[in-house]
Design a protein around this ligand. Sequence first.
Ligand code: ADP
Ligand code: MG
Length: 375
Amino acid sequence: MNDFAQLYGRPSEGEWAAPGRVNLIGEHTDYNLGFVLPIALPQTVRAQAARSGDGQLRLWSAQGRELVALRVDDLAPGSVPGWAGYPAGVVWALREAGHPVGGADLRLDSDVPSGAGLSSSAALECVVAAAYNDLYGLGLSAAELAVLAQRAENAFVGVPCGIMDQMASMCCRPGAALFLDSRDLTMRQVPVDLAGAGLALLVLDTRVKHDLGDGAYAALRAGCERAAALLGLPALRSLQPSGLADALAQLPPELVPLVRHVVTENARVEAAVARLDAGDPAALGPILTAGHASLRDDYRVSCPETDLAVEAAVAAGAHGARMTGGGFGGSVIALVDADAAGHVAAEVTAAFRAAGYAEPRTLTAVPAEGARRLR
Ligand code: ADP
Ligand code: MG
């Protein structure tokens, strides 16, 4: 049931995959035009696709379990509710940018946990962007496709996310973290040999997503933009740690912790890259934990569940841990000795049980490949 031919009465022209991601460090820095350091997950959204000649975009997802049919000419921001807005938004963004694309039939399937802070939404956008790029022979680069996918999420779905998730899903490479400068999208693949150092990266999905997230994200972003304007800067990225104390003295009190987080977080990304370049991934641990404290105390996007996961992981011997993703729930990453991964996961699970929380879902993150054609 529900294979491509059964859904659409013809074979697909190909199949593409795009991964979810975890960000090692650099949270809420991308929309301040700063640094991020994500890795792609082995978990992907996959799309089987074929062009349609009738101007229709037909979408079916093994997770959404409904067939959505849209006229490409009618696509407009806000017009497509629910999950279909992400793929439809990509087609809209391509056409808005002047690319001559028409309809397609898509069959989507995914093993990226959805709503867990692992960026299933960007994976969904990016797999559609990659499929359209090949099907319609657009010849766009991975970074160009990421920018269009972000535009789909910002302008079509209405989520004011930065560029990290889409760049991670499009541009990551196996065995490496993507050191991305969000100001000009310059990037460097930084080798991350966790296994060689006897380490593993645990992902603890708290399975909570507190509702205040969406409005709070926009408010935080607006606060950063207001602070940059008050300081006469194009973006908070331009503020160096050496100028932080002077800058904070000029700001209204409510903006002080936001600016302190962004400036110290950018410095933490640079410190993390230096440790990886030095071949010392274990030294990321304290940087991760310091990043979590900054998200909890200054940026205030943490929540009791993510705080508990970080505390329990560190108490169980993790080198360091932090919330990853936008916040208010989602996932925590913990850098652990590979032979202690089971113990740390069990200790976090026990702490959640004792607190009366649902058990976290655990996976191990291995730096994997960005979006690609499978066949
Ligand atoms: P995250 O990106 O952290 O997973 P979001 O809330 O940004 O969380 O995106 C999750 C949304 O993306 C889902 O609610 C759904 O609308 C959409 N989505 C993700 N994966 C799929 C899929 N395989 N099929 C259909 N919709 C999906
Ligand atoms: Mg998302």
